[in-house]
Design a protein around this ligand. Structure first.
Ligand code: NAP
Length: 394
Protein backbone atom coordinates (compact mmCIF):
# COMPACT_ATOMS: atom_id res chain seq x y z
CA UNK A 1 0.00 0.00 0.00
CA UNK A 2 2.72 2.41 0.99
CA UNK A 3 4.59 1.39 -2.12
CA UNK A 4 1.58 1.98 -4.29
CA UNK A 5 1.15 5.44 -2.89
CA UNK A 6 4.79 6.06 -3.42
CA UNK A 7 4.52 4.95 -6.99
CA UNK A 8 1.70 7.30 -7.70
CA UNK A 9 2.62 10.37 -5.80
CA UNK A 10 5.80 11.46 -7.48
CA UNK A 11 3.96 11.76 -10.73
CA UNK A 12 1.40 13.94 -9.06
CA UNK A 13 4.00 16.47 -8.12
CA UNK A 14 5.62 18.68 -10.65
CA UNK A 15 7.70 21.33 -9.07
CA UNK A 16 9.02 24.13 -11.18
CA UNK A 17 11.98 26.30 -10.63
CA UNK A 18 12.45 29.41 -12.68
CA UNK A 19 9.94 28.08 -15.12
CA UNK A 20 11.69 24.75 -15.50
CA UNK A 21 10.33 21.52 -14.17
CA UNK A 22 12.76 19.86 -11.85
CA UNK A 23 13.99 16.70 -13.54
CA UNK A 24 14.61 15.15 -10.19
CA UNK A 25 10.92 14.73 -9.87
CA UNK A 26 10.58 12.70 -7.01
CA UNK A 27 10.28 13.02 -4.21
CA UNK A 28 12.86 13.32 -6.39
CA UNK A 29 15.64 10.98 -6.76
CA UNK A 30 15.16 10.34 -3.15
CA UNK A 31 14.27 7.18 -1.38
CA UNK A 32 10.59 6.57 -1.04
CA UNK A 33 10.94 4.02 1.64
CA UNK A 34 13.17 1.29 2.78
CA UNK A 35 10.49 -1.30 3.15
CA UNK A 36 11.41 -2.98 -0.06
CA UNK A 37 12.27 -6.45 1.13
CA UNK A 38 14.99 -8.42 -0.46
CA UNK A 39 17.54 -10.87 0.53
CA UNK A 40 20.85 -11.70 -0.92
CA UNK A 41 24.49 -11.99 -0.25
CA UNK A 42 27.15 -10.82 -2.59
CA UNK A 43 29.74 -13.05 -4.12
CA UNK A 44 33.17 -12.98 -2.63
CA UNK A 45 36.84 -13.21 -3.69
CA UNK A 46 40.25 -11.34 -3.34
CA UNK A 47 43.12 -8.96 -4.59
CA UNK A 48 46.23 -6.02 -4.25
CA UNK A 49 46.86 -2.04 -2.85
CA UNK A 50 48.52 1.79 -2.31
CA UNK A 51 49.22 5.59 -0.90
CA UNK A 52 50.44 9.96 -0.47
CA UNK A 53 50.05 15.13 0.49
CA UNK A 54 48.78 19.78 1.68
CA UNK A 55 46.87 22.12 4.22
CA UNK A 56 44.59 21.61 7.12
CA UNK A 57 43.26 22.54 10.50
CA UNK A 58 44.02 19.30 12.16
CA UNK A 59 43.63 19.12 15.85
CA UNK A 60 44.70 16.90 18.62
CA UNK A 61 46.35 13.59 18.72
CA UNK A 62 46.10 11.39 21.69
CA UNK A 63 48.31 8.50 22.57
CA UNK A 64 48.09 5.60 20.14
CA UNK A 65 45.54 3.15 21.48
CA UNK A 66 46.68 -0.27 22.60
CA UNK A 67 45.22 -3.44 24.02
CA UNK A 68 45.23 -3.15 27.78
CA UNK A 69 45.57 -6.26 29.91
CA UNK A 70 42.47 -6.55 32.00
CA UNK A 71 41.22 -9.57 33.81
CA UNK A 72 42.98 -12.07 36.01
CA UNK A 73 42.49 -14.72 33.30
CA UNK A 74 44.73 -12.69 31.04
CA UNK A 75 41.89 -11.55 28.81
CA UNK A 76 42.35 -8.22 27.15
CA UNK A 77 40.08 -5.23 27.27
CA UNK A 78 39.23 -3.90 23.89
CA UNK A 79 40.88 -0.55 23.48
CA UNK A 80 38.88 2.40 22.27
CA UNK A 81 38.54 2.19 18.50
CA UNK A 82 39.29 5.07 16.16
CA UNK A 83 36.78 5.73 13.43
CA UNK A 84 37.04 8.38 10.71
CA UNK A 85 33.64 9.68 9.58
CA UNK A 86 33.56 12.00 6.57
CA UNK A 87 30.84 14.67 6.52
CA UNK A 88 30.26 14.41 10.26
CA UNK A 89 29.15 18.04 10.54
CA UNK A 90 25.49 17.29 9.86
CA UNK A 91 22.81 14.73 9.18
CA UNK A 92 23.72 11.07 9.11
CA UNK A 93 27.43 11.68 9.74
CA UNK A 94 26.80 13.79 12.85
CA UNK A 95 24.21 11.38 14.23
CA UNK A 96 26.63 8.50 13.70
CA UNK A 97 29.50 10.39 15.32
CA UNK A 98 27.26 11.11 18.31
CA UNK A 99 26.06 7.52 18.61
CA UNK A 100 29.61 6.17 18.49
CA UNK A 101 31.10 8.80 20.80
CA UNK A 102 28.50 8.44 23.51
CA UNK A 103 28.90 4.69 23.67
CA UNK A 104 32.39 5.38 25.04
CA UNK A 105 34.04 2.75 22.85
CA UNK A 106 35.04 4.99 19.97
CA UNK A 107 37.10 8.08 19.32
CA UNK A 108 35.57 9.78 16.29
CA UNK A 109 37.66 11.69 13.79
CA UNK A 110 35.17 14.09 12.26
CA UNK A 111 36.57 14.65 8.76
CA UNK A 112 34.85 17.86 7.67
CA UNK A 113 35.29 20.71 5.22
CA UNK A 114 34.00 23.35 7.66
CA UNK A 115 35.89 23.17 10.92
CA UNK A 116 33.76 25.65 12.87
CA UNK A 117 30.51 24.11 11.70
CA UNK A 118 31.74 20.71 12.80
CA UNK A 119 32.82 22.03 16.20
CA UNK A 120 29.42 23.68 16.76
CA UNK A 121 27.65 20.54 15.57
CA UNK A 122 29.60 18.31 17.95
CA UNK A 123 28.81 20.64 20.84
CA UNK A 124 25.16 20.91 19.86
CA UNK A 125 24.66 17.17 20.19
CA UNK A 126 26.58 17.01 23.44
CA UNK A 127 29.67 15.09 22.31
CA UNK A 128 32.32 15.06 25.02
CA UNK A 129 35.59 16.67 23.89
CA UNK A 130 37.70 13.63 24.69
CA UNK A 131 35.61 11.50 22.31
CA UNK A 132 36.25 13.35 19.07
CA UNK A 133 38.79 15.22 16.98
CA UNK A 134 37.94 17.43 14.04
CA UNK A 135 40.23 17.32 11.04
CA UNK A 136 39.87 19.28 7.86
CA UNK A 137 38.88 17.37 4.73
CA UNK A 138 37.45 18.77 1.52
CA UNK A 139 36.55 15.84 -0.70
CA UNK A 140 36.15 18.19 -3.65
CA UNK A 141 39.92 18.64 -3.69
CA UNK A 142 42.29 15.73 -4.12
CA UNK A 143 45.09 17.82 -2.57
CA UNK A 144 42.92 18.20 0.51
CA UNK A 145 42.31 14.45 0.60
CA UNK A 146 46.04 13.79 0.44
CA UNK A 147 46.71 16.42 3.12
CA UNK A 148 44.06 14.88 5.36
CA UNK A 149 45.68 11.48 5.04
CA UNK A 150 49.09 12.96 5.84
CA UNK A 151 47.69 14.76 8.88
CA UNK A 152 45.88 11.68 10.08
CA UNK A 153 49.02 9.57 9.83
CA UNK A 154 50.90 12.22 11.82
CA UNK A 155 48.53 11.85 14.73
CA UNK A 156 49.99 8.39 15.29
CA UNK A 157 46.53 6.92 15.77
CA UNK A 158 45.44 3.54 14.57
CA UNK A 159 42.69 3.57 11.98
CA UNK A 160 40.12 0.92 12.80
CA UNK A 161 37.10 1.98 10.76
CA UNK A 162 36.68 4.42 7.89
CA UNK A 163 33.19 5.67 7.05
CA UNK A 164 32.77 7.38 3.68
CA UNK A 165 29.56 9.29 4.36
CA UNK A 166 29.83 12.84 2.99
CA UNK A 167 27.89 13.75 -0.14
CA UNK A 168 26.55 16.58 -2.22
CA UNK A 169 23.27 16.50 -4.07
CA UNK A 170 22.36 19.13 -6.66
CA UNK A 171 18.91 18.21 -7.91
CA UNK A 172 17.99 21.63 -9.25
CA UNK A 173 21.32 22.60 -10.80
CA UNK A 174 21.01 23.51 -14.45
CA UNK A 175 24.71 23.59 -15.10
CA UNK A 176 27.41 21.38 -13.65
CA UNK A 177 29.84 22.67 -11.09
CA UNK A 178 33.28 21.19 -10.59
CA UNK A 179 35.83 20.09 -8.05
CA UNK A 180 39.31 21.61 -7.72
CA UNK A 181 40.59 19.13 -10.31
CA UNK A 182 37.71 19.83 -12.69
CA UNK A 183 35.51 16.77 -12.13
CA UNK A 184 31.74 17.19 -12.05
CA UNK A 185 31.04 18.00 -8.37
CA UNK A 186 28.73 15.15 -7.26
CA UNK A 187 30.78 12.34 -8.72
CA UNK A 188 34.03 14.16 -7.92
CA UNK A 189 33.09 14.55 -4.25
CA UNK A 190 30.95 11.54 -3.48
CA UNK A 191 32.90 9.00 -5.47
CA UNK A 192 36.38 10.17 -6.55
CA UNK A 193 37.25 12.01 -3.31
CA UNK A 194 36.19 9.01 -1.25
CA UNK A 195 37.90 6.59 -3.60
CA UNK A 196 41.26 8.33 -3.15
CA UNK A 197 40.72 8.64 0.60
CA UNK A 198 39.91 4.95 0.98
CA UNK A 199 42.83 3.87 -1.13
CA UNK A 200 45.30 6.04 0.80
CA UNK A 201 44.00 4.87 4.18
CA UNK A 202 43.72 1.19 3.34
CA UNK A 203 47.23 0.48 4.62
CA UNK A 204 46.28 2.01 7.96
CA UNK A 205 43.28 -0.30 8.22
CA UNK A 206 45.53 -3.22 7.34
CA UNK A 207 47.99 -2.26 10.08
CA UNK A 208 45.34 -1.86 12.76
CA UNK A 209 45.24 -4.52 15.45
CA UNK A 210 41.55 -3.94 16.10
CA UNK A 211 39.54 -7.17 15.97
CA UNK A 212 37.10 -5.94 13.35
CA UNK A 213 38.41 -3.39 10.88
CA UNK A 214 35.86 -1.97 8.47
CA UNK A 215 35.58 0.30 5.45
CA UNK A 216 32.04 1.52 5.00
CA UNK A 217 30.79 3.48 2.01
CA UNK A 218 27.28 4.92 2.36
CA UNK A 219 25.08 3.95 -0.58
CA UNK A 220 21.49 4.74 -1.47
CA UNK A 221 18.32 3.14 -2.64
CA UNK A 222 18.13 5.83 -5.33
CA UNK A 223 21.05 4.28 -7.18
CA UNK A 224 19.36 0.87 -7.23
CA UNK A 225 17.01 0.43 -10.14
CA UNK A 226 15.66 -2.80 -8.64
CA UNK A 227 13.62 -0.60 -6.27
CA UNK A 228 10.70 1.69 -6.72
CA UNK A 229 12.67 4.73 -5.65
CA UNK A 230 15.49 3.79 -8.00
CA UNK A 231 13.05 3.81 -10.90
CA UNK A 232 12.02 7.41 -10.50
CA UNK A 233 13.53 9.35 -13.37
CA UNK A 234 16.22 10.30 -13.93
CA UNK A 235 17.49 6.78 -13.30
CA UNK A 236 21.07 6.01 -12.40
CA UNK A 237 23.01 4.64 -15.35
CA UNK A 238 26.77 4.64 -15.78
CA UNK A 239 26.58 3.35 -19.36
CA UNK A 240 29.98 2.34 -20.64
CA UNK A 241 31.71 4.98 -18.45
CA UNK A 242 32.73 7.00 -21.49
CA UNK A 243 32.12 10.34 -19.71
CA UNK A 244 34.18 9.27 -16.72
CA UNK A 245 36.97 8.13 -19.01
CA UNK A 246 36.86 11.57 -20.57
CA UNK A 247 37.42 13.14 -17.13
CA UNK A 248 33.91 14.55 -16.44
CA UNK A 249 35.21 18.00 -17.25
CA UNK A 250 32.25 19.19 -19.26
CA UNK A 251 34.67 20.83 -21.67
CA UNK A 252 35.22 18.68 -24.73
CA UNK A 253 33.70 15.76 -22.91
CA UNK A 254 30.55 15.16 -20.95
CA UNK A 255 30.24 15.99 -17.26
CA UNK A 256 28.20 12.80 -16.78
CA UNK A 257 29.62 9.32 -16.33
CA UNK A 258 27.55 7.86 -19.17
CA UNK A 259 28.53 10.66 -21.54
CA UNK A 260 25.06 12.25 -21.56
CA UNK A 261 23.84 15.78 -20.87
CA UNK A 262 24.17 17.18 -17.35
CA UNK A 263 21.49 16.25 -14.85
CA UNK A 264 22.24 17.02 -11.21
CA UNK A 265 19.88 14.42 -9.73
CA UNK A 266 21.25 11.72 -12.00
CA UNK A 267 24.83 12.71 -11.22
CA UNK A 268 24.09 12.08 -7.52
CA UNK A 269 22.47 8.72 -8.21
CA UNK A 270 25.35 7.73 -10.49
CA UNK A 271 27.79 8.65 -7.73
CA UNK A 272 25.90 6.36 -5.33
CA UNK A 273 26.13 3.49 -7.83
CA UNK A 274 29.88 4.16 -7.90
CA UNK A 275 29.98 4.02 -4.09
CA UNK A 276 28.26 0.63 -4.05
CA UNK A 277 30.32 -0.80 -6.94
CA UNK A 278 33.58 0.35 -5.37
CA UNK A 279 32.69 -1.18 -2.00
CA UNK A 280 32.27 -4.54 -3.72
CA UNK A 281 35.46 -4.12 -5.73
CA UNK A 282 37.34 -3.40 -2.48
CA UNK A 283 35.79 -6.55 -1.10
CA UNK A 284 36.87 -8.69 -4.07
CA UNK A 285 40.39 -7.28 -4.11
CA UNK A 286 41.18 -7.05 -0.41
CA UNK A 287 38.85 -8.90 1.91
CA UNK A 288 40.40 -12.35 1.71
CA UNK A 289 43.93 -10.99 1.98
CA UNK A 290 43.34 -8.49 4.78
CA UNK A 291 40.27 -9.65 6.69
CA UNK A 292 38.87 -6.12 6.49
CA UNK A 293 35.09 -5.91 6.27
CA UNK A 294 33.86 -3.82 3.36
CA UNK A 295 30.23 -2.76 3.53
CA UNK A 296 27.67 -0.34 2.19
CA UNK A 297 24.20 0.57 3.39
CA UNK A 298 21.01 2.40 2.74
CA UNK A 299 20.20 4.06 6.07
CA UNK A 300 16.56 4.83 5.21
CA UNK A 301 15.07 8.10 4.06
CA UNK A 302 16.38 10.79 6.39
CA UNK A 303 14.19 13.46 4.88
CA UNK A 304 15.28 16.25 7.25
CA UNK A 305 19.01 16.38 6.52
CA UNK A 306 21.02 19.04 4.76
CA UNK A 307 21.29 16.78 1.72
CA UNK A 308 18.21 18.50 0.35
CA UNK A 309 19.48 22.00 1.04
CA UNK A 310 19.69 22.89 -2.64
CA UNK A 311 16.14 21.76 -3.30
CA UNK A 312 13.37 24.29 -3.71
CA UNK A 313 11.63 25.40 -0.50
CA UNK A 314 8.34 23.66 -1.36
CA UNK A 315 10.12 20.35 -1.71
CA UNK A 316 11.87 20.79 1.60
CA UNK A 317 8.56 21.58 3.23
CA UNK A 318 6.63 18.63 1.80
CA UNK A 319 9.28 15.95 1.64
CA UNK A 320 9.45 15.01 5.34
CA UNK A 321 5.65 14.65 5.82
CA UNK A 322 5.45 12.82 2.49
CA UNK A 323 7.98 10.29 3.73
CA UNK A 324 6.48 10.09 7.20
CA UNK A 325 2.84 9.67 6.31
CA UNK A 326 2.67 8.45 2.72
CA UNK A 327 5.60 6.16 2.04
CA UNK A 328 6.35 5.59 5.71
CA UNK A 329 10.00 5.36 4.74
CA UNK A 330 11.00 8.24 7.00
CA UNK A 331 13.85 7.67 9.39
CA UNK A 332 14.96 10.21 11.96
CA UNK A 333 18.55 11.41 11.95
CA UNK A 334 19.04 9.80 15.34
CA UNK A 335 17.77 6.41 14.14
CA UNK A 336 19.85 6.56 10.96
CA UNK A 337 22.92 7.36 13.08
CA UNK A 338 22.28 4.27 15.17
CA UNK A 339 22.03 2.19 12.01
CA UNK A 340 25.33 3.39 10.61
CA UNK A 341 26.93 3.04 14.06
CA UNK A 342 25.74 -0.55 13.99
CA UNK A 343 27.54 -1.15 10.70
CA UNK A 344 30.66 0.36 12.29
CA UNK A 345 30.70 -1.65 15.46
CA UNK A 346 28.08 -4.37 15.78
CA UNK A 347 29.85 -7.74 16.12
CA UNK A 348 27.05 -9.39 14.15
CA UNK A 349 27.63 -7.20 11.08
CA UNK A 350 31.10 -8.35 10.16
CA UNK A 351 30.19 -9.97 6.85
CA UNK A 352 32.08 -8.32 4.01
CA UNK A 353 30.68 -7.26 0.64
CA UNK A 354 27.22 -6.58 2.04
CA UNK A 355 24.78 -3.76 1.34
CA UNK A 356 22.79 -3.37 4.57
CA UNK A 357 19.24 -2.15 4.88
CA UNK A 358 16.70 -2.11 7.72
CA UNK A 359 13.13 -3.32 7.77
CA UNK A 360 10.09 -1.70 9.36
CA UNK A 361 11.11 -3.00 12.75
CA UNK A 362 14.54 -1.47 12.33
CA UNK A 363 16.16 -4.89 11.99
CA UNK A 364 19.12 -5.05 9.63
CA UNK A 365 19.15 -7.36 6.62
CA UNK A 366 21.40 -7.97 3.61
CA UNK A 367 19.77 -6.19 0.75
CA UNK A 368 20.09 -6.91 -2.93
CA UNK A 369 21.76 -4.45 -5.23
CA UNK A 370 20.53 -3.69 -8.73
CA UNK A 371 22.07 -5.42 -11.70
CA UNK A 372 24.19 -2.40 -12.52
CA UNK A 373 25.22 -1.79 -8.90
CA UNK A 374 26.49 -5.38 -8.71
CA UNK A 375 28.06 -5.61 -12.16
CA UNK A 376 31.52 -7.08 -11.57
CA UNK A 377 32.97 -6.02 -14.90
CA UNK A 378 31.69 -2.46 -14.48
CA UNK A 379 33.13 -2.32 -10.96
CA UNK A 380 36.54 -3.39 -12.25
CA UNK A 381 36.47 -0.81 -15.02
CA UNK A 382 35.23 1.91 -12.64
CA UNK A 383 38.10 1.10 -10.29
CA UNK A 384 40.69 1.33 -13.07
CA UNK A 385 39.36 4.54 -14.59
CA UNK A 386 39.02 6.12 -11.12
CA UNK A 387 42.59 5.16 -10.26
CA UNK A 388 43.79 7.11 -13.28
CA UNK A 389 41.61 10.14 -12.55
CA UNK A 390 42.79 10.49 -8.95
CA UNK A 391 46.42 9.97 -9.94
CA UNK A 392 47.06 6.53 -8.47
CA UNK A 393 48.05 5.16 -11.88
CA UNK A 394 49.20 6.76 -15.15
N1 NAP B 1 19.19 11.93 3.61
C1 NAP B 1 18.77 10.79 3.07
O1 NAP B 1 17.58 10.49 2.96
C2 NAP B 1 19.76 9.78 2.57
C3 NAP B 1 19.30 8.59 2.04
C4 NAP B 1 20.21 7.65 1.56
C5 NAP B 1 21.56 7.92 1.66
N2 NAP B 1 21.99 9.09 2.17
C6 NAP B 1 23.42 9.31 2.22
O2 NAP B 1 23.79 9.70 3.53
C7 NAP B 1 25.01 10.42 3.48
C8 NAP B 1 24.91 11.66 4.34
O3 NAP B 1 23.92 12.51 3.82
P1 NAP B 1 22.98 13.39 4.75
O4 NAP B 1 21.59 13.07 4.36
O5 NAP B 1 23.40 13.28 6.14
O6 NAP B 1 23.28 14.86 4.19
P2 NAP B 1 23.97 16.15 4.86
O7 NAP B 1 23.33 16.44 6.17
O8 NAP B 1 23.96 17.20 3.82
O9 NAP B 1 25.44 15.66 5.14
C9 NAP B 1 26.39 15.65 4.12
C10 NAP B 1 27.73 15.91 4.73
O10 NAP B 1 28.70 15.88 3.69
C11 NAP B 1 29.54 16.98 3.85
N3 NAP B 1 30.19 17.37 2.60
C12 NAP B 1 29.62 17.81 1.46
N4 NAP B 1 30.57 18.11 0.57
C13 NAP B 1 31.76 17.87 1.15
C14 NAP B 1 33.10 18.02 0.76
N5 NAP B 1 33.44 18.51 -0.43
N6 NAP B 1 34.07 17.65 1.62
C15 NAP B 1 33.76 17.18 2.85
N7 NAP B 1 32.51 17.05 3.30
C16 NAP B 1 31.52 17.40 2.46
C17 NAP B 1 28.65 18.08 4.39
O11 NAP B 1 29.46 19.10 4.94
P3 NAP B 1 28.88 20.56 5.32
O12 NAP B 1 28.18 20.37 6.64
O13 NAP B 1 30.09 21.39 5.41
O14 NAP B 1 27.96 20.95 4.22
C18 NAP B 1 27.85 17.29 5.40
O15 NAP B 1 28.57 17.14 6.59
C19 NAP B 1 25.28 10.68 2.01
O16 NAP B 1 26.23 9.76 1.55
C20 NAP B 1 23.94 10.42 1.34
O17 NAP B 1 24.10 9.99 0.02
C21 NAP B 1 21.12 10.03 2.64
Amino acid sequence: MALQSAALLPCAFSIHKEGKSSKDSCFFGVPFCDHIKADSSLKIKHGSRKQSVIRAEAVAATAAPTFAPATAQGKKTLRKGTVVVTGASSGLGLATAKALAEGGKWHVIMACRDFLKAEKAAKSVGMAKENYTIMHLDLASLDSVRQFVKNFKQTGRHLDVLVCNAAVYQPTAREPSFTAEGFELSVGTNHLGHFLLSRLLLDDLVKSDYPSRRLIIVGSITGNTNTLAGNVPPKANLGDLRGLQGGLTGLNTSSMIDGGGFDGAKAYKDSKVCNMLIMQEFHRRFHEETGITFASLYPGCIATTGLFREHIPLFRLLFPPFQKFITKGFVSEEESGKRLAQVVSDPSLTKSGVYWSWNKDSASFENQLSQEASDIEKARKLWEVSEKLVGLTD
